[in-house]
Ligand binder design. Structure first.
Ligand SMILES: O=C1O[C@H](COP(=O)(O)O)[C@@H](O)[C@H](O)[C@H]1O
Length: 246
């Protein structure tokens, strides 16, 4: 189990540069090892920060990418609440990831059936035996400490028997969502969180300094557990940090 490394950047623009650098390296390593790069991405503030530099990176072989969503809202894929829509506008529209290698949730299904169907899509890429091991999962964190659609105090925090779970009572709208579960998230080779802005400072202090239990703090990774945060998000946080070396 990896211990967290927190990289503090002065601004979110610096985080975009660090992510671009990290992903260039991870993508090349995975493609040379297995001829593909498997990544799960989140919604919220992440896609814009992720894409800022990555969208014009011509050194990455995006044709080898397989992209899932760490969580998704069960809404049409052109809906403003869709995490796919946010990622499409910021990143997918600019890089040559084959559309059939971007795995979207089926919005015509009920939320529980959509989770089952998304599990089948995972099986097609990772096989049916053993828990999927993503090369990289990119996560955000809400001010309440949630990550993916794993919210504080929610029963889904305890799910161990499914790769993908559904909920229809998300405290943050929209209510119907699907989410990867901890067995999958914590099996990733690398997990990278992105948290920016003063609104994240209190929960970061509680997770890292006070060791309080929040969904984001339960995330581990097989090899690398990285946090990319900006200075406002670290206001008042004492935990030891580093600067990411480009
Ligand atoms: O609802 C969600 O929120 C989290 C955090 O979003 P942020 O805007 O505070 O970064 C996000 O990671 C998740 O994918 C999304 O569905």
């Amino acid at each position: 189990m990896a211990t967290p490394t927190i990289y503090v950047s002065p601004t979110s623009a610096h985080i975009s540069a660090s992510l671009n650098h990290l992903i260039t390296r991870l993508s090349a390593t995975s493609i040379s090892r297995s001829n593909k790069f498997t990544v799960a991405i989140s919604g919220g503030s992440l896609p814009k920060i992720l894409a800022a530099d990555l969208k014009s990176n011509t050194t990455i072989d995006f044709t080898k990418w397989h992209v899932f969503f760490a969580d998704e809202r069960v809404v049409p894929i052109d809906h403003d609440d869709s995490n796919f829509k946010a990622a499409k506008e910021t990143l997918f529209a600019h890089v040559p990831i084959p559309r059939e290698q971007i795995y979207t949730v089926e919005p015509s299904l009920s939320h529980d059936k959509a989770a089952e169907e998304y599990t089948q899509q995972l099986k097609k890429v990772f096989g049916a035996d053993g828990i999927p091991q993503f090369d990289l999962i990119l996560l955000g964190m809400g001010p309440d400490g949630h990550t993916c659609s794993l919210f504080p105090g929610h029963p889904l925090l305890e799910v161990e028997d499914r790769w993908v779970a559904s909920l229809d009572d998300s405290p943050k709208p929209p209510p119907q969502r699907i989410t990867l579960t901890y067995p999958v998230v914590n099996n990733a080779e690398t997990v990278a969180f992105v948290a920016t802005g003063e609104g994240k400072a209190e929960v970061l202090h509680k997770i890292f300094d006070l060791k309080e239990d929040f969904p984001s703090g339960r995330v581990t990774a097989k090899k690398n557990l990285l946090w990319f945060v900006d200075e406002p998000a670290m206001k008042g946080v004492q935990f030891q940090t580093k600067s990411y070396q480009l």
